[in-house]
Design a protein around this ligand. Structure first.
Ligand code: GDP
Length: 213
């Protein structure tokens, strides 16, 4: 459905994309920018690289984010000279040792607490699975900080027509969300691409939540 939209009407059309660099440690370098930021988060393997490729139609981006060494970093990209896309490290990967696992948390937390221009987070959940403890912790953290979140259910093409509404209902219930607060997405079919683009556009045009009374 989303692929039928004429390209001229598509939300979030990318004209330029520039890799600004990566933040490797919690206290580490990050780009100075006055542009609004939107960050993407999710468990490892949730489909974040595939989603970013589909959203921005640039293989380059996911290649940077998947370069060994960069997968544990917070990676910053300037898009259209108008906003900064932040690719947060995938969290909670079972094969990573406990110490490694613990690294993402201070880094993600520091990024969120101190990014004055952050407008919101796109949180990815695998549509096939119930949210993990890590997912729930991440959502709790976002609501504690008051960061607006867009919830995306990835790999939706892997569900049958029958399973689909059941899974969306189960995930929404377990997180206390309304179903219309989630966007079903497939990197394979492109479903949800334009809905997500519109949601991001609208996040970016809002004032920072930090400025709210
Ligand atoms: P990341 O670790 O979050 O960046 O996840 P990837 O984008 O690398 O995806 C993990 C695996 O899921 C890969 O094998 C992808 O091909 C697959 N995948 C990602 N998104 C989709 C999707 O929308 N549909 C299907 N069928 N597979 C997907």
């Amino acid at each position: 459905m989303s692929d039928e939209t004429p390209s001229g009407d598509r939300p979030l059309v990318i004209r330029s994309l520039e890799f600004l660099g990566g933040m490797a440690t919690a206290a580490g370098w990050r780009p100075e920018s006055s542009l609004p930021e939107v960050a993407f988060a999710g468990r490892s393997n949730v489909g974040k690289s595939s989603l970013l490729n589909r959203l921005f139609q640039r293989k380059k981006m996911a290649r940077v984010s998947n370069t060994p060494g960069r997968t544990r970093e917070v990676n910053f990209f300037k898009v259209n000279d108008s906003f900064v896309l932040v690719d947060l490290p995938g969290y909670g990967y079972a094969k990573i040792s406990k110490e490694k696992k613990a690294e993402w948390r201070p880094m993600i937390e520091r990024f969120m607490r101190y990014s004055t221009e952050l407008r919101g987070i796109v949180l990815l959940l695998d549509a096939r699975h119930d949210p993990t403890n890590d997912d729930v912790e991440m959502l709790d953290f976002l609501s504690e900080l008051g960061v607006p979140a867009i919830i995306v259910l990835t790999k939706i093409d892997k569900l049958s027509a029958k399973e689909r509404p059941k899974r969306i209902d189960a995930i929404s219930r377990s997180l206390g969300l309304e179903e219309d607060q989630t966007i079903a997405f497939s990197a394979v079919t492109g479903e949800g691409r334009d809905d997500l683009g519109r949601a991001i556009d609208s996040l970016l045009t809002q004032p920072s939540w930090r400025a709210a009374p």
